[in-house]
Design a protein around this ligand. Structure first.
Ligand code: HEM
Length: 392
């Protein structure tokens, strides 16, 4: 059963990018830290990765090799301040309580609760629900709410939000060896950002302080900066969450772990944590070396790059296992670590939990007969994952 789950996960990775499973599995050889030609420094060790992510004095995501470098080219130099400078520290300090587990649960209940209930009713009726598509619709709904986007309330509109966020993220494809974007890529990205943020201006002026945009305004961020942050929330919170949702549902099915989970609902947080660990939807985190530093006895020079293979580091602990418990080395490396630790982690957990609760509600096992994987995408995921409930 475990092998079935592993085989499908391997195919999910390979469809996204044929070289990805090779990089992630052979990446184990990198061990704690190794220099790899054309890539730079590579680490597959959870403790070393966290040490690097917790060292802003020597590593940055702004320089060549980091995601901030990509966004500064698209959004402008202000990214340098808000992404990694004192402005970032201030923003994170102020937004610390923006998403707590409680507020994220309230958010998901309000924004995706009714759509999940509809999917549950379809399953009860004996119909198939494509969980991959449902995941994209659900995160589209969350993003629309977070950004106060003004869209008609039907699935197609939320699919389009998802697709737009995805197109923007896809511009980063092929940046394993360089984060310098071509001028035409920058132009295209700016067009998409303008489209995404067309309603942000009004929402930023009028939204209440509980909303992300209202909070940005009260922090004293300029409208342009709020637009940029809104864009980043959309890019960071769409594909990753949809990927984790569908893949966790598939793994629970493929390993047979859904039966234990149905018998003991207290295992739900373990299922969510293990799903996130094994899928690690953002499989690689990059940083640039900003000042010479010695790590694990190796001398890293300013201007070099480090790739942290977080999927490899997280999966080194073993296959999906509801009894695995908390891993002190990995902690929650699937959400990163340090000052850039995922801002939306509670939202992601609440989204996956909501989906699993819906699937568990009837007490009947779910069946998956066929599935397809998304091709040439930044975040590995399912294209189609139709799920049906077994008959009593
Ligand atoms: C399973 C789902 C998710 C995964 C695996 C994930 C993973 C990550 C990771 C690894 C980082 C750190 C990147 C780095 O250090 O370079 C990150 C940052 C971030 N994530 Fe998530 N994320 C998920 C869902 C979300 C959601 C739902 C949101 C928003 C609602 C979100 C918003 C953000 C933001 C704003 C950042 C940047 C934080 C900063 O730079 O201070 N993420 N995420």
């Amino acid at each position: 059963m475990l092998d079935v789950a592993r085989r499908h996960e391997f195919r999910v990775l390979a469809a996204a990018k044929p070289t990805l499973p090779v990089l992630l599995t052979a990446g184990r050889l990198a061990g704690k830290l190794r220099r790899v030609p054309r890539i730079g420094w590579v680490s597959a060790d959870p403790v070393v990765a966290r040490r690097i992510l917790n060292d802003p004095a020597h590593f940055t995501l702004l320089g060549e090799g980091g995601v901030g470098h990509l966004w500064a080219q698209v959004l402008g130099d202000w990214v340098n301040e808000i992404f990694d400078g004192p402005g970032h520290h201030l923003l994170r300090a102020r937004t610390r309580d923006l998403f707590t587990d409680d507020s994220a649960r309230r958010l998901t209940a309000r924004v995706i609760g009714s759509r999940l209930a509809r999917a549950g009713a379809e399953l009860d009726d004996g119909r198939a629900v494509d969980v991959a598509d449902l995941g994209r619709v659900l995160v589209g709904r969350i993003v629309a709410d977070l950004l106060q986007l003004d869209v008609p309330d039907h699935d197609e509109a939320y699919r389009e939000i998802f697709a737009t966020g995805e197109e923007l993220a896809a511009l980063a494809l092929g940046t394993t060896t360089s984060t310098h974007l071509a001028p035409e890529t920058i132009a295209r990205a700016r067009t998409i950002v303008a489209k995404l943020t067309v309603n942000v201006d009004r929402a930023w002026r009028t939204a209440s302080p509980e909303t992300v945009l209202g909070r940005c305004r009260d922090l004293g961020l300029e409208r342009r900066q709020a637009e940029g942050l809104a864009t980043l929330l959309m890019v960071a919170g769409t594909e990753t969450a949809a990927s984790a949702m569908a893949r966790t549902v598939a793994i629970l099915h493929d390993t047979g772990a859904q039966h234990r989970l149905r018998a003991d609902r207290d295992l739900l947080p373990d299922a969510v944590r293990e799903g996130l660990r094994v899928t690690s939807p953002a499989p690689v985190i990059g940083r640039a070396v900003s000042a010479d530093v010695t790590v694990e006895g190796r001398r890293l020079r300013a201007g070099e790059r480090v790739l942290m293979l977080t999927w490899t580091a997280n999966n080194a602990a073993g296959a999906f296992d509801l009894d695995r418990g908390y891993l002190p080395d990995q902690r929650q490396l699937w959400f990163g670590a340090g000052r850039h630790l995922c801002l939306g982690a509670p939202v992601a957990r609440a989204e996956i939990t909501g989906l699993l609760e819906m699937l568990l509600r009837s007490g009947r096992p779910w069946r998956i007969r066929d599935r397809t994987y998304r091709r040439n995408v930044l975040i590995p995921s399912y294209a189609c994952l139709p799920v049906r409930l077994a008959r009593h």
